[in-house]
Design a protein around this ligand. Structure first.
Ligand SMILES: NC(=[NH2+])NCCC[C@H](N)C(=O)O
Ligand SMILES: [Mn+2]
Ligand SMILES: [Mn+2]
Length: 301
């Protein structure tokens, strides 16, 4: 990592989906030792604390137009976008801790305005490419990538007043194994590059990441890593709200992070969907911190 100054931003957001507890993800990740791990690698760390997420009053949770808790999710993401924007302006690397994946709406809004051609690596079992029209659940955590392409409700697509945030050809999805029909159509229509589990099994993670690096290197001026812990197999990372069997292994994931670290191409990152209530002794948060260590250059020799 070129930038030695890192700002940690916690986002205790659980309103983008139905399972409570993922709002405690930032605490669980801090408790698993994120600051100590990065400090040991000689990064200068600043912890900006948590973004304020307002809670709908009891019984007032809303599913309006197939968008659950739209106003709280939009407000939280506006605050996050501003914080991330200021962090990059200050010349620091934003490391965002979730929270459910709806927070990628705010983080990318804050990041993408600093780049002409921001690349995005979406490490996830899911595509998160739904809109209210295609979503089977109304959960906004299944929509952030579509929102960043400028598709979806204005309150989400227009955060910080510009859209789209990302170009479809600058996105690579890795680890997909659960895609809804509307998402598959969008992937075809926009020509989004996807390495499903089929490709990972077929050519191996090493070849996948080499291809991803070559692909993004020639077309982007910065790369954001959005890592959903459910991209990993639930046997390894059980503390997630929407687990899907047959996922990326712990070892494949470390290899991916190490190969990315060697290229110095990652300019911002977020680790999301850690839900300590569903976890086993904080294992998933510990894995998240381990992966951050590899991403930030930890080596055995
Ligand atoms: N970030 C996530 N874990 N997303 C899961 C999304 C699941 C499903 N595709 C939905 O839209 O409801
Ligand atoms: Mn997911
Ligand atoms: Mn996701």
């Amino acid at each position: 990592m070129n930038n030695k100054r890192v700002s940690i931003i916690g986002v205790p957001m659980d309103l983008g989906q139905n399972r409570r507890g993922v709002d405690m993800g930032p605490s669980a990740i801090r408790y698993a030792g994120v600051l100590e791990t990065l400090e040991a690698l000689n990064f200068q760390i600043e912890d900006l604390g948590d973004i304020k997420i307002s809670r709908p009053s009891r019984g007032a949770e809303q599913l309006q137009d197939n968008l659950r808790n739209l106003s709280q999710v939009a407000e939280g993401n506006e605050l996050l976008a501003k914080q991330v924007d200021e962090t990059i302006t200050a010349g620091r690397f934003p490391l965002v801790l979730g929270g459910d994946h709806s927070i990628a709406i705010g983080s990318l809004a804050g990041i993408a305005k600093h780049y002409e051609n921001l690349g995005v690596i979406w490490y996830d079992a899911h595509g998160d490419l739904n809109t209210a029209d295609t979503s089977p659940s109304g959960n906004i955590h299944g929509m952030p990538l579509a929102v960043n392409l400028g598709l979806g409700h204005e309150r989400l697509t227009n955060i910080l007043g510009y859209q789209p945030k990302i170009k479809p050809e600058n996105i690579v999805i890795i680890g997909a194994r659960s895609l809804d029909e509307g998402e598959k159509e969008l992937i075809r229509e926009k020509g989004i590059k996807v390495y499903t589990m089929h490709e990972v099994d077929r050519i191996g993670m090493s070849a996948v990441i080499s291809e991803v690096i070559d692909y993004l290197k020639e077309r982007t001026d910065g790369v954001h890593l959005s890592l959903d812990l459910d991209g990993l197999d639930p046997g390894d990372a059980p503390g997630v709200g929407t687990p899907v069997i047959g996922g990326l292994s712990y070892r494949e994931s470390h290899l991916a992070m190490e190969m990315l670290a060697e290229t110095d191409m990652i300019t911002s990152a977020e680790f999301v969907e850690v839900n300590p209530i569903l976890d086993e002794k904080n294992k998933t948060a510990v894995i998240a911190v381990g992966l951050m260590g590899s991403l930030f250059g930890e080596k055995l020799k």
